[in-house]
Write a protein that binds this ligand. Structure first.
Ligand code: FAD
Length: 495
């Protein structure tokens, strides 16, 4: 995978840059030693590694603003980082860029129960928000499986989702406001505690912007009262087709479960061996369907879903009888990624979204691809949203296997687009899907998106090499003219 060539004039000035940044972020706020930088050299997409020029750990908005203004004035690239759990390589460092680590922004600023919102710093973990409000019976709904570690700033940047997003929405649906620092050091606020804002939906634009438009320094999220009760069904099927039919039937019946997740046989076996959740091992596909809300409603819907599942051919069915059992049903699903990690030295977690009714077709084609590439694949997915997470197993020690896994992953994502879906559901584009963007967008679409990027970061200093398959100088957009075969701006890296 090709990244922009490092600017050697910046690399040569490393000590001088560090000295200035230490004046802005004193103490241990600038990390230069090779040994200490090792922990930052990759994120959750561990197949790619690159130590940054240096890591900078600011503690105040003023420091972030000054660091950004200095980098802007001196042409230094900046890669923002939260907890580094991105699975698309969004926080992958660059050799000539500072890695701006937001981990020290870890305070809950305010919980406002009257307005049902919490104001937090971006380094607070996703689960940390729920922990701060659960004493009063509230919670923060989006729940990525990485919620114990991932930061809310990273969630905003990736528009993260999770098991409960089918009913409660993704990060974007639970976000009320942010404070953000632009690359020139300007501090801006979008949204707030109120429900809507006048003008363009810039809060929406920033959500999912993958660290390319600015650095989030404060987040205001909606908090919800915990549902009165929640119960889950564990439904086993002899084929993923019938499990897929069951998902479609539940939704078309007008039922919106709190969560509806599917796992295929390899994923079921891996999860069961890892956490002993009591999953049936004689089924091809497993559905976990959770209903939440008032007790009477949940009891009624449990019966409805049971009846639908029977009609769709469920061969096993269990209903959680208490909170402990419900948690156990979920424990296997939530641990599915590390569970698959025990089966293989390496795995590559893909993330694509398809129309729900294409699931059987996509699973069949994926099995054919698995045979073609000679690599096993386990499937875990947010069935209600049509968001797939195929886990491609490979061994990086075998020459050529990483490349094979990458090709397999690309074919899966192309297939998602081919059947009317999209390249990503919740993990973002990052570097992982960057070169596949033209599968989804034509040149005009991509240039229009780049114009938005240029409006906020005209020097392309924020997280370059991510999301867009080609770097452009902003002036070049819309008036590319090739004269006698000579490409304008030949100094711009093209990859
Ligand atoms: C085991 C596992 C399970 C996962 N499960 C899910 C899941 O269920 N759902 C899901 O959506 N994701 C999941 N993820 C992916 C990941 O946890 C999310 O993408 C998460 O939102 C990343 O947050 P982070 O703090 O780790 O961000 P990082 O990895 O540090 O960064 C991610 C991106 O956000 C940018 N960024 C980070 N902080 C800021 C900031 N303050 N301002 C501006 N940009 C910023 C970075 O530049 C980068 O582009 C999983 C990851 C793992 C390892």
């Amino acid at each position: 995978m090709k990244m922009p060539d490092p600017d050697q004039s910046i690399v040569a000035k490393r000590d001088e840059i560090a000295e200035t940044l230490r004046e802005i972020v004193p103490g241990e706020g600038v990390i230069l030693s090779d040994r200490e930088l090792q922990v930052y050299e990759s994120d959750g997409l561990t197949a790619y590694r690159q130590p940054p020029l240096m890591a900078v750990l600011p503690q105040t908005v003023e420091q972030v603003s000054q660091v950004m203004a200095y980098c802007h004035a001196n042409g230094i690239k900046v890669v923002p980082r939260g907890s580094g759990t991105s699975l698309s390589g969004g926080a992958l460092p660059l050799a000539d860029a500072i890695l701006l680590c937001m981990g020290k922004f870890n305070k809950v600023v305010e919980v406002d129960y009257d307005n049902r919102c919490a104001v937090v710093q971006p380094g607070v973990t996703n689960l940390g928000i729920t922990k701060a409000v659960e004493g009063k019976g509230f919670y923060y709904a989006p729940d990525p499986s990485s919620q114990i570690a991932c930061s809310i700033g990273g969630n905003v940047a990736e528009n993260a989702g999770g098991v409960h997003c089918l009913k409660y929405g993704l990060t974007t649906n639970n976000l009320l406001g942010i404070e953000m620092v632009l690359i020139d050091g300007t501090v801006l606020r979008f949204g707030g505690k109120h429900l809507d804002s006048p003008g363009y939906d810039l809060l929406g634009l920033m959500t999912g912007s993958e660290g390319l438009l600015g650095v989030v320094t404060e987040v205001t999220v909606r908090i919800l009262p915990k549902p009165e009760t929640a119960r889950a069904l564990l439904l086993g099927f002899s084929s993923s087709e019938s499990a897929g039919d069951c998902v479609a039937a539940i939704i078309s019946d007008g039922i919106v479960p709190g969560g509806m997740e599917m796992m295929d046989k390899p994923a079921i076996e891996a999860a069961e061996a890892f956490v002993n959740a009591g999953y049936p091992l004689d089924v091809e596909a497993l559905l976990i369907v959770e209903l939440d809300g008032p007790q009477a409603e949940v009891d009624y819907l449990i019966d409805e879903v049971s009846a639908i599942a029977t009609k769709c051919g469920a061969i096993t069915s269990r209903i959680s009888q208490n909170e402990e059992e419900r948690q156990l049903f979920w424990a296997g699903r939530k641990a599915a990624f590390p569970a698959v990690g025990r089966l293989t030295p390496d795995y590559y977690c893909m993330d694509g979204t398809i129309p729900r009714n294409k699931l059987p077709l996509v699973l069949k084609r994926m099995r054919e691809m698995s045979e073609h590439y000679g690599l096993r694949v386990a499937n875990v997915f947010h069935a209600g949203d049509g968001n797939l997470h195929p886990l491609i197993m490979y061994d990086a020690n075998n020459p050529g296997e990483l490349e094979k896994a990458e090709d397999f992953g690309s074919d899966i994502l192309r297939l998602c687009v081919e059947v009317g879906g999209v390249l990503t559901g919740e993990h973002g584009v990052g570097v992982e899907k960057r070169d596949l963007m033209p599968e989804m967008f034509n040149e005009i679409d991509l240039k229009q998106q780049l114009r938005v990027k240029c409006a906020f970061d005209s020097k392309a200093l924020l997280n370059p090499g991510k999301v867009f398959p080609e770097l452009h100088r902003c002036a070049e957009l819309g008036r590319m003219h090739i004269h006698k075969g000579k490409l304008p701006f030949p100094d711009i890296p093209r990859f």
